[in-house]
Design a protein around this ligand. Structure first.
Ligand code: SF4
Ligand code: MG
Length: 334
């Protein structure tokens, strides 16, 4: 499998200004030293509660927020080394679909203008063929050719998201980052859009980084899944391994909150104590220690590294000091 994207030790700290001089008094550590890779043709999802850093991760890769530290390699090149104009060109290969297509579609532009504009910026389809290409794209995403001269407000939420997908496709990208792309849609419309994304992935050899808080959605679309907590990756595994055998105490709690598809296989609901701490002064050691039912003194001081789990399938990694003992039952929750 070819690596399309490789993120190494990515940090995204946002300064907090304070005092009458407006100096930086602290930082929000939105993403704090994460590493992962995305293989060509797969859907890698990033899940976690709001504020865990999943959207920030997507924005860092797109350089909508300039990373504080780290390395991002995309399609064999160093993304962070590109200047503004090189980065603009690179956006041909690296597209994004946001939660609210209405906010990202210009209300004064027709669908034809929206779709041909991206082609014009990237200069990829001859000018006299752009409208024809836009119509094809509209049909590819399940809309009609006659809708090409309409405005965004004439479409439903699901249709607008299809327009957003068509716009992303118009430049023939390699990677599409979907940030809560179906979160605002009704459940039935969600399923249609997810199926559309899957079909497009197959037909156009697309790779997705799929950012979502809804585990039901993630279960539907992912090949592999990253679980984040307070700016850190706590677990990464292929979908089946993660849903069947979650290892990290936080992942277990997160998954225990969704109904099992098989009612025979009832899981115990794990309720975590307390709230997610602030990313401004995150807990020392393991960031989850303030809420973890297995936490020890070591967890309060030492940061656990993400490591391969010998007792699990290859590629299943987690960041927890006691994961092997928890898995074997040697350690019990307290
Ligand atoms: Fe819990 Fe400690 Fe593991 Fe963190 S390292 S998840 S606090 S047992
Ligand atoms: Mg978000």
């Amino acid at each position: 499998q070819k690596e399309l994207l490789k993120v190494t030790n990515l940090k995204q700290y946002f300064p907090i200004k304070g005092g009458f001089l407006g100096r930086t008094v602290n930082h929000v550590k939105a993403v704090d030293d994460i590493s992962f890779e995305i293989y060509e043709g797969e859907t890698l999802s990033v899940v976690g509660e709001s504020g865990c850093g999943k959207s920030t991760t997507g924005r860092s890769i797109l350089r909508l927020d300039e990373p504080t530290e780290g390395k991002i390699e995309f399609d064999g090149g160093d993304l962070l080394a590109l200047n503004k104009s090189e980065m603009r060109k690179k956006r041909k290969d690296l597209q994004v679909i946001f939660q609210d297509p209405y906010a990202s579609l210009n209300p004064r532009q027709t669908i034809a203008q929206i779709l041909t504009e991206a082609m014009a910026i990237q200069n990829i389809v001859p000018k006299d063929q752009r409208r024809k290409r836009a119509i094809e794209l509209l049909e590819t995403v399940g809309l009609n050719a006659e809708q090409i001269d309409r405005y965004p407000h004439e479409f439903s939420g699901g249709q607008r998201q299809r327009v957003g997908i068509a716009r992303a496709l118009s430049v023939d990208p390699k990677l599409i980052i979907c940030d809560e792309a179906v979160s605002a849609l009704d459940v039935s419309v969600q399923a249609q859009v997810l199926n559309l994304l899957k079909n497009l992935q197959r037909d156009f050899n697309l790779t997705f980084l799929f950012i979502a808080h809804d585990l039901g959605v993630v279960r539907h679309i992912s090949d592999r899944i990253i679980v984040m907590y307070l700016g850190k990756i706590v677990e990464i595994a292929d979908k089946k391994s993660l849903f069947d055998n979650p290892q990290h105490p936080y992942t277990k709690a997160l998954l225990s909150a969704i109904p099992a598809p098989d009612p025979e296989n009832k899981k115990e609901r794990i309720i975590l104590k307390g709230d997610v701490p602030s990313p401004i002064d995150p807990p020392t050691g393991c960031r989850f220690h303030t809420r973890c039912p297995f936490a020890t003194e070591l967890c309060k001081t030492d940061v656990p590294e993400l490591h391969n789990l010998d007792h699990m399938k290859e590629g299943h990694r987690a960041a927890c000091h006691h994961i092997e003992k928890i898995a074997s039952g040697e350690m019990q929750p307290h």
